[in-house]
Design a protein around this ligand. Structure first.
Ligand code: HNI
Length: 147
């Protein structure tokens, strides 16, 4: 089981309590689709992903970004058992959606950039370390049910 320091717990709680899930989710997912275009293949039904402007303005991308952030919120609220919290979501991404698990890390990195740009100088190396650790556990747990 992952051990969390008090600083890590309070930092993660603080970051997510200040995040606007609609804005951050949309920005992180749009960034992922622009920077790593192969991730677009999973979102064929989202319509126009033709270029960066289309992706940023696509309401289905925005809506799904919010869904992803609410998914992350479950991990924030269950930091001591993220693995079990994501068991079902991992099966879904593996068996139904067939999402390559390498992509989880890419989206996590995009979210890190979104959080960093929002926090500015408050995004200290210690805060980044806590967020990276949290997202690494999320990524690992989402990849758990792949075989
Ligand atoms: Ni992901 C659906 C959470 C990364 C492709 N995804 C979901 C749902 C949640 C979710 C929650 C809704 C499940 C349901 O309907 O029951 N996804 C997460 C989280 C991460 C993540 C927490 C990582 C941080 N998903 C990714 C990545 C991709 C991805 C990296 C592809 C590149 N996800 C999908 C697709 C769907 C999806 C595709 C289904 C969308 C739809 O509307 O049908």
């Amino acid at each position: 089981m992952v051990e969390w320091t008090e600083f890590e717990r309070s930092t993660i709680a603080d970051i997510f309590s200040k995040l606007n899930y609609d804005v951050a989710g949309s920005n992180a997912l749009a960034r992922c689709l622009v920077v790593y275009p192969w991730t677009q293949r999973y979102f064929g039904k989202f319509g126009n992903l033709y270029n960066a402007a289309a992706i940023m303005g696509n309401p289905m991308v925005a809506a799904h970004g919010t869904v992803v952030l609410h998914g992350l919120d479950k991990a924030v609220k269950n930091m001591d058992d993220i693995k079990a919290t994501y068991a079902e979501l991992s099966v879904l991404h593996s068996e139904k959606l067939h999402v390559d698990p390498d992509n989880f890390k890419l989206l996590a990195d995009c979210l890190t950039i979104v959080v960093a740009s929002q926090m500015g100088s408050a995004f200290t190396p210690q805060v980044q370390a806590a967020l990276q650790k949290f997202l690494a556990v999320v990524v690992s747990s989402l990849g758990r049910q792949y075989h």
